[in-house]
Design a protein around this ligand. Structure first.
Ligand code: 8YV
Length: 308
């Protein structure tokens, strides 16, 4: 059984599973446990910086329950020969489902419709203003990895015209490649962000991209809050530079700026992309399998690409 250090924001489901398997869990570093700890467990939003990694002389693995690992200093881990693992693929369906749900919610105004009925406005004010059609519209996907492709697959069933932006073109896909996010935004009715977080994508969606998306455009973010310049987004929404937004992720979760919460044509979700019972179970099982395989000298199923 392994001594495991829990990074902040490790999911309770993951923590319970490690406990059930008999591992010893630590939330504080003491002179007593610092030598014993061989693994760090965390979630997609956990921060595991170099100073945390370097304090454990016998650390072997950082097992993240999440596909994103932008909070982990992978270079610092590699320098110490510590393996970093994550949980790709098992959440593709859920995150893609949520992206489509957010697009439909933003276009068809479902939260607003629900409020309209509950408040009695329907009786007093009559029919709601007309909504936007999603089927057949132009979709731009920022990040065409596994989840981006799952979104495209679903959007194709809605007859959407699909283009994407990624580090490199994927000629095997039947969709239009754009090297520039501004160009992609200019040609999109819906712009869906599903790129990894971290320094490389910070504020990729800025004022210029929002300007290009235009007053009818809808921004959907199911990636990381850091990818979107949140202040620029709030300004763009308040001034009508873009038509609307649907967001599952934010710059400083779980804090969401009051200005954003006050905008009626925005749909907000509390980072629930992968939050179904089925998927979270699969993520926990994969994270535990990675941790245990590394400790027992086996082959962890899903190391992060930098550690393969
Ligand atoms: C979870 C996520 O919020 O997979 C990710 O990168 O952001 C989410 O699925 C989180 O990782 C659960 O621990």
């Amino acid at each position: 059984m392994t001594d495991v250090f829990l990074a902040p924001k490790a999911s309770p489901l993951y923590v319970n599973s490690l406990k059930e398997k008999g591992h010893t869990l630590h939330t504080e570093v003491t002179p007593d446990n610092v030598q014993k700890i061989r693994a760090i467990a965390g979630g997609g939003e956990s921060r595991v910086p170099a100073d945390v990694i370097n304090q454990f002389p016998n650390l072997e693995v950082i097992a993240i329950m999440g596909v994103g690992y932008d909070g982990v200093d992978v270079e610092a881990a590699k320098a110490r020969n510590v393996l970093v693992t994550h949980t790709p693929d098992v959440l593709n369906d859920d995150v893609a489902d949520l992206a489509i749900a957010l697009m439909l919610n933003a276009a068809r105004q479902l939260p607003q419709s629900d409020r309209y009925v509950r408040s009695g406005d329907w009786e007093t004010k009559g029919a709601m203003p007309l909504q936007r059609k999603m089927s057949g519209a132009r979709l731009g996907i920022v990040g065409m990895g596994r989840i981006g492709q799952a979104i495209a697959h679903r959007a194709a069933a809605f007859g959407m015209k699909i283009a994407y932006c990624a580090r490199t073109a994927k000629p095997q896909l039947p969709h239009t490649f754009r090297a520039s996010v501004v160009d992609l935004a200019r040609e999109s009715d819906f712009l869906v962000v599903i790129t990894p977080g971290g320094a490389g994508t910070k504020h990729m969606i800025n004022a210029e991209v929002l300007q290009a998306l235009g007053q009818k455009g809808i921004l959907v973010n199911v990636a990381r809050g850091s990818v979107v310049d949140e202040q620029a987004l709030i300004d763009a929404l308040e001034k009508g530079v873009i038509g609307g937004a649907a967001l599952d992720v934010f710059a400083d979760e779980p804090r969401v700026p009051q200005r954003l919460r006050d905008i009626p044509h925005v749909v907000l979700a509390p980072h629930v992309g992968s939050a179904t019972t089925q998927t979270r179970r699969a993520m926990v099982d994969l994270a535990v399998a990675n941790l245990e395989a590394k400790i027992s000298g086996g082959k962890p199923p899903t190391p992060v690409p930098e550690c393969r």
